[in-house]
Design a protein around this ligand. Structure first.
Ligand code: PEP
Length: 252
């Protein structure tokens, strides 16, 4: 049985003061949690500070993005090594907001994935379809192509470092989550693809997590599905009580 992964993506929210308050609230509520891997992804500017605040807690740190080069003339970018310096263990890559607003592609997501593996951070790769794609019936085709591209060139056991976050774009920040059954269908297809691409002993360790309007009132039914190994949470990760309740899900 895989350890569930619940990750909070703060996006471009919180001042340092608000971020510290949120983390202190989480620390208090998540004391002693050890059956779930809990990750938070604050903005770059406060990673270092928050890293100290969570040092003796079960909470781990992620970045919301990364650049693939090691160093050099790349104004505004942050390398894997720099993120490791702050205490990060994970980086989210390929979020639909980055694909849509910043024109990231399957190819650049793959470059980021390879750089994370090369320099020792775990990738959380986001994939997902638009509403139009779902209505055209091409959800599985789109999502499988994204996963295939992101994992291209990954060899053998390295795939164990990955988590894949299925995030239907129409469900992100809209309050309209995929039903457990809709999510399960896509998660099953992603899992099947990973088993086709990699040896079973490695493929079985890849967590496939769901994102898109996850809230305290829908996490329990999502986590009851066999192929949903956790959640990537946006809005609800900004409230300590809500995020802690999501971490303490009770599958029904
Ligand atoms: C996200 O941005 O990864 C996300 C899932 O956001 P929300 O939970 O707010 O829909």
């Amino acid at each position: 049985m895989l350890t569930p992964l619940i990750a909070g993506n703060w996006k471009m929210n919180t001042t340092l003061h608000e971020g510290v308050e949120l983390v202190m609230g989480l620390r208090e509520r998540l004391k002693g949690v050890d059956s779930v891997e809990v990750v938070i992804a604050p903005p770059f500017t406060m990673l270092q500070h928050i890293s100290h605040l969570i040092a003796d807690s079960p909470i781990k740190l992620a970045a919301q993005n990364v650049f693939w080069e090691k160093k050099g003339a790349y104004t505004g970018e942050v390398s894997v090594e720099m993120l490791k310096d702050t205490g990060c263990k994970y980086a989210i890559i390929g979020h639909s907001e980055r694909r849509e607003i910043f024109k990231e592609t399957d190819e650049t997501v793959n470059k980021k994935a390879m750089a994370l593996l090369r320099d020792g951070l775990k990738p959380i790769v986001c994939v997902g379809e638009t509403l139009a794609e779902r209505e055209q019936g091409v959800t599985l085709k789109k999502v499988k192509a994204q996963v295939k591209a992101a994992l291209s060139g990954v060899s053998g056991g390295a795939v164990r470092e990955f988590a894949v976050a299925y995030e239907p774009i129409w469900a992100i920040g809209t309050g309209k989550n995929a039903t457990s059954a809709e999510a399960e269908e896509v998660h099953g297809a992603i899992r099947e693809l990973i088993f086709e691409m990699f040896d079973a002993e490695f493929a079985k360790e890849v967590r496939v997590i769901y994102g898109g309007s996850v809230k305290p009132d829908n996490i329990d039914s999502l986590m009851a599905e066999p192929n949903i190994d956790g959640a990537l949470v946006g809005g609800a990760s900004l409230k300590a009580a809500d995020f802690a309740r999501i971490v303490m899900f009770q599958p029904v």
